[in-house]
Design a protein around this ligand. Structure first.
Ligand code: KIV
Length: 260
């Protein structure tokens, strides 16, 4: 077990785990000071590439962004999402997890659960690559959004799924859009930390998409809090630049590299 993973495990029941997504070195450099985990999430499919969903993001895409994020990451644990289709069988999962691990020098990979792929987690862990699980709303497998754990039947199913992921050897698990009651039960029952998104304060940590909290993505569901309005700041700057170019107020002689 690496020192970084151990640090995350020790936070359970003590300190909250702070996690955010990054797709680039520049953003990672800022997050690294404040985050325990930086995730190169497949949410980049929607947020960055303007795709309709995360299901057609390629392995190459995620690796390229992983390489960039690694350059800005020092103290945080770097986790990279395995895209849909890259872990269909245990052998393929192991091969692709190794490729991600080798090319990006990340610390772990994340796998969305389809309630069946526990053996896949087991195989990757056996290959000495730490795995983060992901249950609840898993966009790679569920086309329709739904909050999960509203009744005992659903809660029992989520508990069973979370336990199977823990038993398969995952070091942590994302709980996406699960009811506060279910999140509390799962967090109390598991030995590994839970990281919530839209799943209340009853988790060991929280994760959000950085572009969403900065007001850049245009995606603002109720579970999200906007910590900045970068869209407005960017628009103001671009408007000023456009005005200055048109009025020949930019570039000024002070911006010239040579001559007058
Ligand atoms: O892809 C992603 O960014 C994620 C987080 C929202 C958990 O999986």
């Amino acid at each position: 077990m690496s020192k970084k993973i151990n640090k995350i495990l020790k936070k359970k029941n003590k300190n909250k785990i702070v996690c955010l997504t990054s797709y680039s070195k520049t953003v990672a450099q800022i997050l690294d000071k404040y985050c325990d985990i930086i995730l190169v999430g497949d949410s980049m499919a929607n947020v960055l590439y303007g795709m309709e969903n995360t299901r057609s993001l390629s392995l190459n895409n995620i690796i390229q962004h992983g390489v960039s994020v690694k350059k800005g990451t020092n103290k945080s644990l770097l986790v990279i999402d395995m895209p849909k289709g890259s872990y269909k069988t245990p052998a393929q999962a192991k091969k692709n997890a190794r490729l991600i691990f080798m090319k990006t020098k990340c610390d772990a990979v994340k796998i969305e659960s389809n309630s069946k792929n526990f053996k896949i987690i087991q195989e990757i862990v056996k290959a000495k690559i730490p795995v983060m699980g992901h249950i609840g709303y898993t966009p790679q497998f569920k086309k329709k959004f739904k909050v999960e754990g509203k009744d005992m039947k659903e809660t029992r199913k989520l508990i069973k799924e979370a336990k199977s992921i823990e038993n398969a050897g995952a070091f942590a698990i994302v709980l996406e859009c699960i009811t506060p009651k279910s999140a509390k039960l799962i967090t109390n029952l598991l030995k590994i930390p839970t990281v919530g998104i839209g799943s209340s304060v009853n988790c060991d940590g929280q994760i959000l998409v950085t572009d969403d909290i900065l007001g850049l993505s245009g995606f603002y569901p109720k579970f999200l809090k906007k910590y900045a309005h970068l869209d407005r700041i960017i628009e103001k700057a671009v408007k000023k630049y456009s005005k200055e170019v048109k009025s020949k107020n930019f570039p000024k002689k002070t911006n010239y590299l040579y001559g007058k």
